[in-house]
Design a protein around this ligand. Structure first.
Ligand code: NAD
Ligand code: UDP
Length: 314
C-alpha cells in the first residue's frame, strides 16, 4: 500500500532518524535519508544500505541542493541534539534549524509533501509550569550557551507556522522530550549514554549539580511510534504535540539505577551544574493520547536494559 510513497528523512543517519528510517522501510515506504554526518554515522544505517527502497544522501540541508523532485512526506530531524554537540557546533546548529528548516519547508511546498518538524522540550527552557503542556510559552534564555539550539528550534516552529498558514502546508510539530536507546553515540555527552558507559567501564558516574534536577526519559521505539502517528494521522495537521514519557526521575536516581542495573562498583561524583541547565522537565502528553492514541509503553527499566546491552555489544 505504501510502495510508491516517497519519504525524506533529514538527519536520517542520526540516533532517532536511523530508527525512524528502519521502521519506514519495514512498512514499505521508499526512504531517502539525508544527513551531513556532523553528529550522525553511516554505521547507524548500515543494515538499510542494501535495501532497494533505501537511499542515503550525504548532504547538508543548509548548503546543498538535494536534487529531490518528488516527496510525499518529509520528516525533518536534522540538527545536533545533545547539549555537548550543539555547544560544540553552535553556528551549524542555529543555521540548520533556521535556514535548513526554511529549505525543507520550501521543498515540502514545492513537492506538496506532508511535513513534520522534530522540535524539542527545550522550547520550554527552564520551565516555570510543570508538567509542560503545549500551551506553555516557555522560559528561555535567548543569549546563553543553550540558545543556539533553543531559539533556533523556536524559530523553526515559527517558520512551520508561517508555511502552514500562508501556504496551507500540511504540517505538524512534535516537541520531543529526552529520548534514549541503542545507537546513541557513546560520546554524545547525554546523561543516559554517559552513565551507562561510565558504569560498564567502572569509571566514576559524573552527576552535574546535586542531581536533583529532573528529566523524563522516553525509549526510542516509543518515540518513533509517536512520529509515525503524528505524520500519518490527519488529526495532527496544524498541531503542536508533546511526545515523551511522563515518568519523571531525578538525575541522581537515574545514575543510581544505572549503577545497580550494571552491577557497577563505580563511584558517583558531583560537579557544577552547567549554566541554564533546566531544573525540571516532564511532558503533559494528554494531547498526544487524545489526538493520536499514543502513549509510551516501554518502562525505563526495560529500555535501559536494552541500551546497556547495546553498549556492552560495541
Ligand atoms: P542526532 O545528533 O543523533 O541526529 C541528528 C542528525 O542530523 C545527525 O545525524 C546529524 O549528522 C544530522 N544533521 C545535523 N545538521 C545537519 C545538516 N545541516 N544537514 C544534514 N544533516 C544534518 O540527534 P537525535 O537525538 O537523533 O535528534 C534528532 C532530532 O530530534 C533533532 O532535531 C533533535 O533536535 C530532536 N530532539 C531529540 C531529542 C533527544 O532526546 N534525542 C530531544 C529533543 C529533540
Ligand atoms: N547530566 C549529568 N551528567 C552527565 C550528563 C548530563 O548530570 O554526565 C545532567 C545534565 O546536566 C542535565 C541532565 O543530566 O541536567 C540531562 O542531560 P542531557 O544532556 O541528557 O539532556 P538535556 O535534557 O540537558 O538536554
Amino acid at each position: 500500500m505504501n510502495k510508491n510513497k516517497r519519504v525524506l528523512v533529514t538527519g536520517g543517519a542520526g540516533f532517532i532518524g536511523s530508527h525512524l528510517c528502519a521502521v519506514l522501510i519495514e512498512d514499505g515506504y521508499r526512504v531517502v535519508s539525508v544527513d551531513n554526518l556532523i553528529t550522525g554515522s553511516r554505521k547507524n544505517i548500515e543494515q538499510l544500505i542494501s535495501n532497494k527502497n533505501f537511499e542515503f544522501l550525504k548532504k547538508d540541508i543548509v548548503k546543498d541542493s538535494l536534487g529531490i523532485k518528488k516527496a510525499d512526506y518529509i520528516f525533518h530531524l536534522a540538527s545536533p541534539a545533545s547539549p555537548l554537540d550543539y555547544q560544540k557546533y553552535p553556528e551549524e546548529t542555529a543555521l540548520t534549524n533556521s535556514l535548513g528548516t526554511i529549505n525543507m519547508l520550501e521543498l515540502a511546498k514545492k513537492t506538496s509533501a506532508k511535513f513534520l518538524l522534530a522540535s524539542t522540550s527545550e522550547v520550554y527552557g527552564d520551565p516555570e509550569e510543570h508538567p509542560q503542556k503545549e500551551t506553555y510559552w516557555g522560559n528561555v534564555n535567548s543569549f546563553g550557551p543553550r540558545s543556539c539550539y533553543d531559539e533556533s528550534k523556536r524559530f523553526a516552529e515559527a517558520m512551520t507556522y508561517i508555511y502552514l498558514h500562508k501556504y496551507a502546508l500540511d504540517a505538524r510539530v512534535v516537541r520531543i522530550f529526552n529520548t534514549y536507546g541503542p545507537k546513541m553515540r557513546k560520546d554524545d555527552g547525554r546523561a543516559v549514554s554517559n552513565f551507562i558507559n561510565q558504569a560498564i567501564s567502572e569509571k566514576p558516574l559524573t552527576v552535574n549539580g546535586d542531581g536533583n534536577q529532573t528529566r523524563s526519559f522516553c525509549y526510542v521505539e516509543d518515540m518513533v511510534e509517536g512520529f509515525m502517528k503524528a505524520m500519518f494521522s490527519t488529526k495532527a495537521k496544524g498541531e503542536v504535540i508533546n511526545l515523551g514519557n511522563p515518568e519523571e526521575y531525578n538525575i541522581l536516581d537515574l545514575a543510581e539505577k544505572i549503577k545497580k542495573m550494571t552491577g557497577s562498583k563505580s563511584k558517583i561524583v558531583f560537579s557544577a551544574l552547567p549554566p541554564n541547565d533546566p531544573g525540571q522537565r516532564r511532558p503533559d502528553i494528554s494531547k498526544a493520547k487524545k489526538l493520536l492514541g499514543w502513549s509510551p509503553k516501554v518502562s525505563l527499566t526495560d529500555g535501559l536494559k536494552k541500551t546497556i546491552e547495546y553498549y556492552k555489544s560495541l
